[in-house]
Design a protein around this ligand. Sequence first.
Ligand SMILES: Nc1ncnc2c1ncn2[C@@H]1O[C@H](COP(=O)(O)OP(=O)(O)OP(=O)(O)O)[C@@H](O)[C@H]1O
Length: 268
Amino acid sequence: MTDLVLDRLVAHRGRPLFEPVSAALPPGTLLGLVGPNGAGKSSLLSAIVGSGVTSSGTARYGEADLHRLRPRRLAEVLAYMTQDSYAPNELRVRDVVAVGARATPAAGPVDVRTAAALERLDVAHLADRSYARLSGGERQLVQVARVVAQHAPVMLLDEPTSALDLGHQLTVMHVLRRHATDGHIVVVTMHDLTQALRWADQVAVVAGGTVTFGTPADVITPELIHRVYGVTAEVFDSPGGSPTLSLVRPSDPTPATLTRPGPAAARP
Ligand SMILES: Nc1ncnc2c1ncn2[C@@H]1O[C@H](COP(=O)(O)OP(=O)(O)OP(=O)(O)O)[C@@H](O)[C@H]1O
């Protein structure tokens, strides 16, 4: 069992964005990072990777200090999807996904893993298309496929469903949940609290310069939602027994009701 261990980790953007974060994430964990815009979720992911932001503290996977690993070795440990879905114009979709598979040659044949990831993310029909000519949502699915093809034990994804339709949001979250259940450590930033309630084992709320960890049910409460987002929320059980969030801005007379599906045991 190899944990991802964060020890007094801080991301700096000229100033520290939050108080030092210490946490141990065991295999099998899907951690949802939530919090308001600009709070530091993406910067926390970058600080774990050790690139794109100045950081202090450490992020370790077993004996390996992630900030000191050479890129080739880092790619064997960690797959990372940023919000920036750039890839060189000349690449086809299958080439982009194969970049992930090639990073970990010991995990199996590149073409087999590439094809499986394309299939899993419902983008096999795009395999020979130019990546640069895809829609935003299609690119997002291809980037998730790249991460999946890499077969790294730690997977970090920055808002992987922000451009996706409802069906593809479910596809991606099913895939990530399955990877966590299979023993990967999956860290996902997200804005949708119902997504966090449904899919995450642990939640970290990045807000106001602090990072608060807990189970989704313990952390995503009306008090927290009001404090962090300025939104009034009610949590209640729907007729089907699923906890439901009803969110109402103080000035908004029309509640937007968001339903949380079944308990953790019912997960795929
Ligand atoms: N490249 C950069 N250079 C300087 N400051 C940055 C840079 N990227 C982000 N910031 C700042 O760092 C802070 C944290 O940004 P970050 O992107 O980590 O937040 P976030 O919680 O992921 O936000 P969002 O939900 O909007 O994606 C913000 O104040 C942002 O303006």
